[in-house]
Design a protein around this ligand. Structure first.
Ligand code: ATP
Length: 334
């Protein structure tokens, strides 16, 4: 019985990295029926900021999505597609494993980096509740609830237990935002008590940034509200070679949508030079989710082999290859 997956190529570099990833997934031999749907910034504008019904219907059927990035307007326009989709499907847990690929010549190449970011995905300042009180005075509401905080904490600890992780660090700014981040922390502490075998720590977000840059090897699983999760994801991507590499998954009670940490990178779109590794590694997470562990392992090994050989890498990681040449090399390694 083949799997059915909703494929959202997105826009910017999205279609390029999505095509590369579909080739790689198909080369594993796993039978997947792709339901291709269009979700771009233009489509969102046409639908006045709503996710098109065809996209929601497809995801309701398949329950699994593979998604390229979609451009978000800055300081104007409709809310981010990514944020709206996560809210519509209640994809509350954003999981981003950050690991060094073998052979990559980054600043931290001699440091063991293997951490997972667990980002609450539905509230915080991403609730998008902004208000102009009077001209030139604007407020933005940071919404933190016990329900969402407990849910992401529970997801994090359960995941950590399942995969044998040893430590969870909650990242916060509860010294300043005593009520909101205070509630988030109280929920994390409460859930932590149910998992005595997992070490629990807390770190203020600014200190967490410095510690990540100075001693990233000390981190295991990081639990945090939405905004810190967004920022720390990009910071962590920088530790292991950049946004072209780091995969991600959004999980809800019913759906799972796999997407890279990076955005649509309009500066390099259409040039055939985008690095598809981040979405390919997201598809490895997808294959695991589909119960195709063997194919997931083979695809991950193939990607790692291309990095170890270092002959077919894209420009963002110091190579000269195109998206297509890198993908050919992954297929060859498979
Ligand atoms: P958003 O806020 O929409 O998530 P972002 O802040 O994560 O976006 P991106 O659009 O992902 O920003 O890209 C930032 C820069 O990183 C790009 O300008 C591009 O040069 C680089 N970049 C991102 N993704 C890739 C990729 N897959 N391959 C190569 N370079 C990339």
């Amino acid at each position: 019985m083949p799997h059915t997956v909703t494929l959202i190529p997105g826009d910017g570099i999205g279609p390029e990295v999505a095509e590369a990833t579909v080739r790689a997934v198909e080369a594993t031999g796993v039978a997947i029926g792709w339901e291709r749907v269009e979700l771009t910034r233009v489509v969102l504008d046409q639908c006045r900021g709503e996710i098109p019904q065809a996209v929601l219907d497809s995801l309701a059927r398949t329950r699994v999505g593979l998604k390229g990035p979609v451009t978000t307007a800055v300081a104007a326009g409709f809310p981010s597609v990514n944020v709206v989709l996560r809210k519509r499907l209640d994809l509350f847990a954003n999981v981003r494993p950050v690991r060094m690929l073998p052979g990559l010549k980054t600043r931290y190449r001699d440091t063991h980096i293997d951490l997972i970011i667990f980002r609450e995905n539905t509230e915080d300042l991403y609730a998008g509740i902004e208000h102009e009180v009077v001209k030139d005075v604007v407020t933005s509401l940071k919404v933190i609830t016990r329900m969402a905080s407990e849910r992401i904490a529970r997801y994090t600890f359960a995941y950590a237990r399942r995969v044998g992780r040893k430590k969870v660090t909650a990242v916060h700014k509860a010294n300043i935002m005593k009520l909101s981040d205070g509630l988030f922390l109280r929920c994390a502490r409460q859930v932590a008590r149910e998992y005595p075998e997992i070490e629990y720590k807390e770190l203020i977000v600014d200190n967490a940034c410095m510690q990540l840059v100075m001693r990233p090897e000390q981190f295991d699983s990081l639990l945090m509200p939405n905004l810190y999760g967004d920022i720390i994801s990009d910071l962590s991507a920088g530790l292991v070679g950049g946004l072209g590499l780091v995969p991600g998954a959004n999980f809800g009670a019913e759906h799972a949508v796999f997407e890279a940490v990076h955005g649509s990178a309009p500066d390099i779109a259409g040039k055939g030079i985008a690095n598809p590794t981040a979405l390919m590694q997201s598809s490895v997470l997808m294959l695991e989710h589909l119960g195709e562990s063997d194919a997931a392992k083979r695809l991950q090994s193939a990607i790692e082999r291309v990095y170890t050989e270092g002959k077919n890498l894209t420009q963002d990681v110091g190579g000269t290859s195109s998206t297509g040449q890198f993908t050919d090399a992954v297929l060859q390694a498979l």
